[in-house]
Design a protein around this ligand. Structure first.
Ligand SMILES: NC(=O)c1ccc[n+]([C@@H]2O[C@H](COP(=O)([O-])OP(=O)(O)OC[C@H]3O[C@@H](n4cnc5c(N)ncnc54)[C@H](OP(=O)(O)O)[C@@H]3O)[C@@H](O)[C@H]2O)c1
Length: 310
């Protein structure tokens, strides 16, 4: 059974299950993906394509042996079923890596995923130990290893370059969520052979577009975007506002999809990693994997619209 994109966009998961005779759980990702083109991000250093909305897992918390992790399992399941593949985590996010490793194994989808995690130690041996721990906890391949918030970057990046050469990861990168680190990030983008940079960027927080995103384009570095909802704050800014008419021009049926498509429409390889631990939000965000993206003119209109609201 195939679902058309119109069906997918028009039906919430619950409504979809009812309309399709409760068959959602029987559908494979391939059924949904084959229903229409998926928005993909191209990684410039390799040409590999990745579904262009990821999932941030800072709130994937709990004890897999004691706690009921059903909502987290459902969040991952929905994200995967609707075509999402890239997961962003860190050993600094409580036990997110453990939880992910366990749930992905339970769902038998570990090998489908593009896993991004991080390291942040000042000392090389401690960094290597930390990365070995991530491999153990995540129980499978790590595609992207990033230096978290630039901590220990000059020590860790040479190690990451070596581990990449040895085939332990496909890609290496650096992260920040603070504008105050953007200048330093630029320096690392010029000095090291990075595949990815991860920065804060959203409709309300556009500083990265001044220098980081253009530099990423010039250097052929893919961009993961954290805080695409301003840590959730953007929803408060638009509370009570109906979607403007232009949302239909980009096939966006929610504010979450508007915010994600604004990021995805930037000509740098921008792949947002919205954080959620709720299945209905993962479903909403996966909607941005489908349909049209804004061009530069519409992105500017979106910015003017938000600026007038403030
Ligand atoms: N320096 C770094 O490396 C760094 C720093 C910050 C973040 N990150 C990464 O980036 C990811 C995203 O950043 P973030 O989680 O801080 O901020 P964010 O993605 O901008 O916002 C997350 C917030 O938005 C809410 N939300 C998600 N989807 C929604 C939807 N469709 N409708 C309404 N609310 C929605 C979430 O609540 P619910 O949970 O209730 O859905 C959560 O409160 C993190 O998870 C992490 O992986 C990395």
């Amino acid at each position: 059974m195939k679902i058309t994109r119109r069906d997918w966009l028009g039906l919430g998961l619950g409504a979809g299950a009812a309309a399709l005779g409760g068959r959602w759980s029987a559908l494979s990702a391939a059924d949904v993906v084959s229903s229409g083109p998926l928005n993909m991000a191209v990684i410039p250093s390799s040409g590999e394509k990745v579904p262009a909305v990821g999932l941030g897992t800072v709130d994937f918390q709990g004890d897999p042996d004691k706690d009921d992790l059903t909502p987290l399992r459902q969040t991952l399941e929905v994200f995967h079923r609707l075509g999402g593949r890239l997961l962003d985590t860190s050993p600094n996010y409580g036990n997110s890596e453990n939880v992910l490793g366990r749930l992905l194994a339970d769902l038998s989808i570990r090998n489908d995923m593009f896993m991004a995690t991080k390291v942040d130690r000042e000392n090389r041996a401690e960094g290597e130990e930390r990365m070995e721990g991530s491999f153990r906890r995540l129980g499978g391949a790590i595609e992207l290893m990033q230096v978290h918030n630039l901590r220990g970057a000059d020590v860790q990046l040479p190690a990451l370059v070596e581990w990449k050469k040895e085939g332990r990861f496909k890609y290496i990168g650096i992260t920040t969520h603070r504008e105050s680190q953007h200048q330093e990030i630029e320096g690392y983008m010029r000095r090291y052979p990075l595949d990815f940079v991860q920065v804060n960027y959203s409709l309300a927080d556009r500083a990265a577009a001044e220098r980081i995103l253009p530099l990423a384009q010039d250097q052929g570095i893919a961009v993961l975007v954290n805080r695409p909802f301003g840590k959730g704050g953007l929803f408060g800014v638009v509370r009570g506002q109906p979607l403007p008419d232009w949302a239909a021009d980009i096939d966006a049926s929610s504010w979450g999809q508007v915010f994600l498509k604004y990021v995805m429409g930037h000509p740098a390889a921008t792949l947002p990693i919205p954080g959620t631990s709720k299945p209905h939000h993962a479903e909403d965000n996966a909607g941005a994997l489908y349909g049209r993206l804004p061009d530069m003119a519409l992105r500017q209109e979106m910015e003017r619209w938000l600026d007038n609201l403030k």
